[in-house]
Structures are given as C-alpha cells and as structure tokens.
Write a protein that binds this ligand. Structure first.
Ligand code: AMP
Ligand code: TRP
Length: 329
C-alpha cells in the first residue's frame, strides 16, 4: 500500500484556509493509503512561542484532526517530538541540503523579512531540512499540502535525487506533493490579495470561532465593484475567494459554483449562501471537537500513534545510518 504523510504546525488557531488547503483532504487519504498525520511541534519552535500556548494548541490540533474525520484506526496520528528519529535524521540530512537553496525558500524569505536581521534563528533557516526528515522517515509516496508548502516538497524531491545518486541506491522514495485543485490558497477576507494566515484576526475565519462572528466576517468580506458572481482572480479577488471557499466546501468545481450563482446579482445574497455553507461545516467540526477535548481520547491516540510511527521511522533511520557509514549499524 502506498503511503501518505502530512502535518501542521501548532502555532496558531487553525483557519478555514488550513482546513480547505490541508485538513479537509487528510481523511480522503486514509481510505487509499497508509496514512500518517502528525503535529509538527518542533517546527513550531522556529519562531518564538509561549510554552503553555504551544502545549494547549498541540492538544487542540489533535482534537481537530479527529473532529475533521481522521480515524485513529486508519491513520497513524502522532507528535513529531514523540519520535526522536525525526531529529536524528534531520542531523544527517542537513549535510545534503545547501545554504543557497535554503535561502531561496519563499517561506524563509517572507518570515525572516519580518524579523530583526541579527536575530534570525538557525531553525527557521533549516526548517525544510526537518520537513524532509518528516517525509523521508516514512517513505511517503504522497504529501498532501496547501500551495505554500509545495516548494518545500519540491526541495525534498531534489534531496532524494541527490542522496540516492550519491549512494547509488534507492534509499528514499520520491515524494509527490498533492495540492487540492480547489482551494490550495484561500485568501484573507479583509484583503483578498493576501493569504489567509493564522495571524490576521480580521481576515481570518478560525475553526473554533464563534459562529455569529464568522457570519459577520463573511458578510463584511471585501468584495469588488460590479454584481456578477464570476471567478476572476485579477479583477475580482474578493468574489473569487468566496467562490473558491464555496466550491471547496460543496466539493464542486469553481465552474459549477459559478453556474449555481449565475442568476444571483446581489453580493449580499451570495455572501449569505457562502456563510451558511461555512457555518454548517464549522459547526459540525466544533460539535465533534467539544466531545473529544473533554475526553482522554487525544492522549490515548497520541500514545498509540507514537508507537506505530516509531516502528516505521526507526527502520528507515537505521538504513540511512548504515548507508552513510555510521559504525555498528
Ligand atoms: P501551517 O498553518 O503553515 O502549519 O499550514 C498547515 C497546512 O495548511 C499546510 O498544508 C498549508 O499549505 C495549508 N494552508 C495554510 N494556509 C492556507 C491557506 N490560506 N489556503 C490554503 N491552504 C493553507
Ligand atoms: N511545514 C508545514 C506547514 O507549515 C508543516 C509540515 C512539517 C509538514 N513537516 C511536514 C507538512 C511534512 C507536510 C509534510 O504547514
């Protein structure tokens, strides 16, 4: 059976962008693949974060994984930090990625630009190395991610080629990024030219947000001149973003969504319908989340997940250690 692997950093409140670009698709893979989904808690340390906040957010993220349909009997759900092989493989792989290619990563450029230039953490720079370790430990064939993570998976592909060529052996499996056709990049509701990210209160919709507040944000979302509901990213970024959200949550194409709204010429009516689909989706997730977070399920799932993940990761690590010449392996 082919393997699928993905993860999310527990760095902020999960958004509708995270859901549509990543989370919503994770359960689909558990039917056809051997599925590994983890919490990238070591990656969360690449920018300063409050320890209590990180702990709570980690638990919340696992509860949300389960609330969004991941089944622990079909998917191995675990914490990156529970499987020490991630850090061990990271320290080997860092020698096979180059500073030049790491410095060209868009995410590094964006994030480091906002920091004091004398205080850019090494971990932020080396972020994609750890991400390669995450993917390669499980020999993942596919990696479902949103658009912004595609570049990191491409880098991982270069590494696989480099490593396998160097040792003249198929040590690592070549991973394929899988980016959703609809909704790989959901934009901010207040500024639809910017990505919806975890740090923009006005433009974000959070999965654990009050439903009234979600409705308000959608009704107030920045739109464009005109009255047609058409997908046109250049001239109608706001309407296009809402159409994308609608299409993704309804599991239809953007063309089908346009067709659905072809007789609607009032943005207010359009937004009401988008809001109703978003609220329907999110309220179901919240109901499940509330049940899970008040139980012991998260801890039970993580304990079992760590065992299963470690069993796979330790075999890969040993094979790599042996390949590069670590004595006694
Ligand atoms: P992060 O929040 O950076 O940990 O991202 C977790 C996952 O959500 C990754 O697969 C991202 O590509 C995806 N993601 C984050 N923001 C968005 C967005 N605005 N639209 C679509 N996917 C997103
Ligand atoms: N970098 C990803 C993000 O910010 C999270 C992540 C870490 C990841 N390791 C991964 C995603 C491996 C897929 C595969 O969203």
């Amino acid at each position: 059976m082919k393997r699928s692997l993905s993860g999310i950093k527990p760095t902020g409140k999960l958004t509708l962008g995270n859901y549509i670009g990543a989370l919503k698709n994770f359960p689909k893979f558990q039917e056809e693949y051997e599925n590994f989904i983890f919490v990238a808690d070591l990656h969360a340390l690449t920018l300063p974060i409050d320890p209590d906040y990180l702990k709570n957010n980690t638990r919340d993220l696992v509860a949300l994984y389960l609330a969004c349909g991941l089944d622990p009997n079909k998917t191995t759900i675990f914490l990156q930090s529970d499987v020490s092989e991630h850090s061990e493989l990271n320290s080997i792989l860092q020698n096979y990625l180059y500073m030049g290619e790491l410095s060209r990563m868009t995410q590094f450029k964006d994030k480091s630009k906002k920091l004091n230039q004398n205080a850019i953490g090494l971990g932020l720079f080396a972020y994609p190395v750890l991400m390669c370790a995450d993917i390669l430990l499980y020999n993942a064939d596919v990696v479902p991610v949103g658009e912004d993570q595609k570049q990191h998976v491409e880098l991982c592909r270069n590494l696989v080629h480099r490593f396998n060529t160097r040792y003249n052996k198929e040590i690592f499996v070549m991973p394929e990024p899988i980016v959703p056709q609809v909704g790989a990049r959901i934009m901010s509701l207040s500024d639809p030219t910017k990505k919806m990210s975890k740090s923009d209160e006005k433009g974000d919709i959070f999965l654990l947000e009050n439903l009234k507040s979600i409705e308000k944000k959608i009704m107030r979302a920045t739109t464009d001149l005109g009255s047609d509901i058409k997908y046109d990213k250049e001239n109608k970024p706001g309407i296009s973003n809402l159409l994308m959200i609608y299409a993704s949550l309804k599991d239809i194409s953007v063309e089908e969504a346009e067709e659905h709204f072809k007789d609607c010429h009032r943005y207010g009516d359009f937004k009401k319908e988008v809001a109703s689909v978003v609220i329907d989706t999110i309220s179901k997730i919240q109901n499940k989340y509330n049940g899970i977070i008040s139980s012991n399920l998260v801890d039970e799932v993580l304990k079992e997940g760590a065992k299963k993940a470690k069993a796979v990761a330790s075999i890969t690590l040993k094979n790599v250690q042996k390949t590069v010449g670590i004595y006694g392996k």
